[in-house]
Design a protein around this ligand. Structure first.
Ligand SMILES: Cc1ncc(COP(=O)(O)O)c(C=O)c1O
Length: 376
């Protein structure tokens, strides 16, 4: 079946007990046994529940994996992937990785003896040089948040597999509708489902999609042992959001391109970073491996003062953290979890603004951006 059909029907079957077209929210912590040792498939909601199982089937299908596991946030999902490692193991990550991943690895997981190295993964020669005998994993975010650096996934997967590494890809910025890392060779895909997969900014969630049975077994073990599996209500909300993923992404993509082109010719904007523009250094790779360029745009207003002035004058765009909702969200890239010198190294300048273009009427968005730009 096609992507939209799968999004609407896989894991989204009518409730067998009543025929309800939308499965109920199983808001319960425990399940009564018929007799000792005999359950109806569920015993305790930390371990599993019907809403989680349903969402995991949908997400696995949409990403083209063999199984998926959903967690309370993107960070909980990513943390579970690093728990596949052991003390002494080494990981190479994209240099401009999301700040939360930088903090998790460099401040928390290092305490458990795992070693992390940050490399510009758009330069695979640099990645090859960083591989050590203890390297187990190559962790790539593409495009990166918020610097929009694109890594060639087919080439990264060849390098990883030639050297015996797992390739893990964070597909949050594009969703499986616009980018399919597993088809390009990824072993594991992670998501902050808080973003485009949910799409309605009403809960947090994360997903790990796997391709190998041994990873499936371990991630499920971690999910039920550490207890960060996603709760029934949140699974329900994300399952509901996924039904419209294809149509939302089409509109996000179209609006993203129009807004990026508008900002690129605006005299108050110093630089626009959007893989859909021919000025983007990895534009050709993005064109080859993505079905569209998405809704995420970063642009530089030259100074933190100008950026603050601009952000204080937007009306329709919401001044908020996060991204991927139907409403346009805009924020200053303070990235407090990354030290200032590293921010400069990876291209997070002081006046950098990140825009998550929503699915409103694009003319209204451009008018709002223009009137705020006129204030600086
Ligand atoms: C690319 C990327 N990965 C992971 C995360 C973490 O997800 P969450 O906030 O759901 O924990 C984020 C959050 O912004 C993100 O942008």
């Amino acid at each position: 079946m096609g992507f939209s059909t799968d999004a609407i029907h896989v894991g989204q079957e009518p409730d067998p007990a009543t025929g309800a077209i939308v499965a109920p929210i199983y808001q319960t912590s425990t399940y009564v046994l018929e007799e000792m040792g005999k359950s109806k498939g569920y015993d305790y909601a930390r371990t599993n529940h019907p809403n989680r199982k349903a969402l995991e089937r949908t997400v696995a299908k949409l990403e083209g994996g063999t199984a998926a596991y959903v967690f309370t946030s993107g960070m909980a999902a990513i943390d579970s992937v690093f728990r596949l490692l052991r003390p002494g193991d080494h990981v190479i990550l994209s240099q401009a990785v999301y700040g939360g991943v930088f903090r998790l690895t460099t401040q928390l997981l290092v305490q458990f003896g795992i070693e992390f190295n940050f490399v510009d993964t758009s330069r695979l020669d640099e990645v090859a040089k960083a591989i050590r005998p203890s390297t187990r994993m190559l962790y790539v975010e593409t495009p990166t948040n918020p610097t929009m650096i694109v890594t060639d996934l087919a080439k990264a997967s060849k390098l990883a597999h030639d050297r015996g590494l797992r390739l893990v890809v964070d597909n949050t910025f594009l969703s499986p509708y616009l980018q399919r890392p597993i088809e390009l060779g990824a072993d594991i895909v992670v998501h902050s489902m808080t973003k485009f997969l949910n799409g309605h900014s009403d809960c947090t969630g994360g997903a790990v999609i796997v391709t190998r049975p041994e990873d499936a077994e371990k991630i499920y073990f971690i999910q039920r042992s550490a207890g960060a599996g996603l709760a029934p209500m949140d699974c329900f909300l994300i399952s509901r959001g996924l039904k419209t993923l294809a149509v939302r992404m089409e509109r996000h993509d179209k609006n993203g391109m129009e807004v990026a082109m508008h900002l690129a010719q605006h005299p108050k904007v110093k630089r626009v970073i959007y893989p859909g523009l021919t000025s983007h250094p990895q534009h050709e790779i993005a064109r080859k491996q993505q079905k569209g360029f998405g809704a995420m745009i970063s642009f530089d207003l030259g100074s933190v003062e100008a950026a603050k002035e601009f952000l204080n004058h937007v009306h329709l765009c919401s001044l908020a953290e996060s991204l991927g909702g139907v409403e346009t969200l805009i924020s200053l890239m303070t990235h407090s979890s990354i030290p200032r010198d590293i921010q400069q190294q990876i291209g997070i300048s002081e006046g950098l603004v990140r825009l998550s273009v929503g699915i409103e009427d694009v003319g209204d968005l451009i008018a709002d951006l223009d009137q705020a730009l006129a204030k600086i």
